[in-house]
Design a protein around this ligand. Structure first.
Ligand code: NAP
Length: 336
């Protein structure tokens, strides 16, 4: 028996301050329309970019309110007309906007069935596929030197492991010593704590040939240092720039970057998952196969967040820099 109403988190006004933007509202629970499925959300994934979504950057031209969130794992509780390949009780994942909610309606073609309901599987959906597709865009091969920034985070952990599985030497950066142990367990050959070590000095001393691939998601001086240390034909993939999400972009006054790139035939690329959404199912299948056979681990942050009431705390926890692995909010514990 489904409830008549459910709660979700919306942005009642646009702000990068997620707490100021967010509001919990209770709305009617409608049956799914044609070609749609209704999902009871078990877990919602927390992402660095939630503050960009709450600022309206993902919905140009739209006025608030908008639904917040970006990915869910849950159980189908109803299917609409014309839906033939999905049925109630199936566990599915999906990553489109919204999802910080107790129930979520989406087009059936965006719901991908998975075997297990767990925060680990959820972490593969957006964070894992970003790493998998991103490293493909960076044309990562084997026998290369690969550096991953924010390596112990939601997506960084997968970039580390996929780079290692492909037979590369992997360097990870992180901001606390307690993340070093995890990164070593995930396969990092060298971990740099950027808060206690000078990343540029370590790279100059240890990797004078430079970096073949950089999976870069921090920005500011970390980005600059990585560009300076690209190898000949090195590729730096811009995945994000979390250090600038909550502030205005830093204005820098320096020589144009082509001077640094051409001398090394190096390149800067970027990958925004929404532009690669058609590739997600194929990459997710590959990640699930690696996860199911124990070749890929999925680290989930230990802080428990429960229900729509704790979504704001979870987003702020991710932005505190203290989280390790994927931050997840549990929306359903099976007892409600
Ligand atoms: P996350 O890595 O789980 O969490 C953020 C981590 O970033 C922190 O734990 C912190 O770890 C590190 N960090 C470095 N400088 C920071 C700063 N100034 N403030 C806060 N944290 C800082 O988050 P995520 O959701 O997986 O996202 C990571 C990056 O990937 C973000 O830039 C995000 O936008 C990007 N991303 C992009 C896509 C895409 O489609 N392009 C998809 C998913 C994620 P340490 O200090 O230990 O390094």
């Amino acid at each position: 028996m489904l409830p008549a109403t459910y709660r979700k988190v919306i942005a009642r006004r646009f702000s990068k301050d997620f707490r100021k933007a967010a509001q919990i509202v209770e709305v009617p629970l409608n049956p799914p329309g044609p070609n749609e499925v209704l999902i009871r959300v078990h877990y919602a994934g927390v992402n660095a970019t939630d503050v960009n979504i709450s600022a309206g950057l993902y919905t140009p031209g739209a006025e608030p309110p908008i639904d917040l969130g970006a990915e869910v794992l849950g159980e189908i509780v109803a299917v609409g007309e014309n839906v033939t390949d999905l049925e109630p009780e199936m566990i599915v994942v999906t990553n489109s906007l919204g999802g910080y909610a107790e129930y979520y309606t989406c087009r059936a073609r965006y719901a991908i069935p998975v075997a297990e309901s767990s925060p680990q599987v959820l972490s593969l959906v957006l964070s894992g596929t970003t790493a998998s597709i991103g490293l493909e865009v960076a044309e990562m091969r084997s026998g290369e030197t690969v550096l991953v920034t924010a390596a112990a985070g939601g997506t960084g952990q997968f970039a580390v492991q996929l780079a290692k599985l492909a037979g590369n030497h992997v360097i990870g950066t992180c901001g606390s010593d307690d993340k070093i142990e995890l990164l070593k367990r995930l396969g990092c050959d060298h971990v740099i704590n950027y808060k206690t070590e000078d990343v540029g000095a370590v790279l100059s001393a240890t990797y004078p040939r430079g970096l073949d691939v950089v999976y870069e998601s921090v920005g500011r001086t970390m980005f600059d240092t990585c560009v300076d240390h690209l190898a000949i034909r090195g590729r730096l993939l811009v995945i994000g720039f979390i250090s600038e999400y909550l502030d205005a972009p830093e204005v820098v006054n320096s020589a144009r970057i082509y001077g640094k790139l051409l001398g090394k035939s190096a390149s800067i690329r970027s990958m925004f998952l929404l532009h690669y959404i058609r590739q997600v199912p194929e990459h997710l299948r590959r990640l699930l196969a690696l996860y199911d056979t124990g070749k890929l681990r999925a680290a989930v942050d230990r802080t428990r967040f429960q229900g729509v009431e704790q979504v704001v705390d979870a987003v702020e926890h991710l932005h505190s820099g203290r989280s390790t692995g994927k931050v997840v909010v549990q929306m359903w514990d099976g007892n409600a």
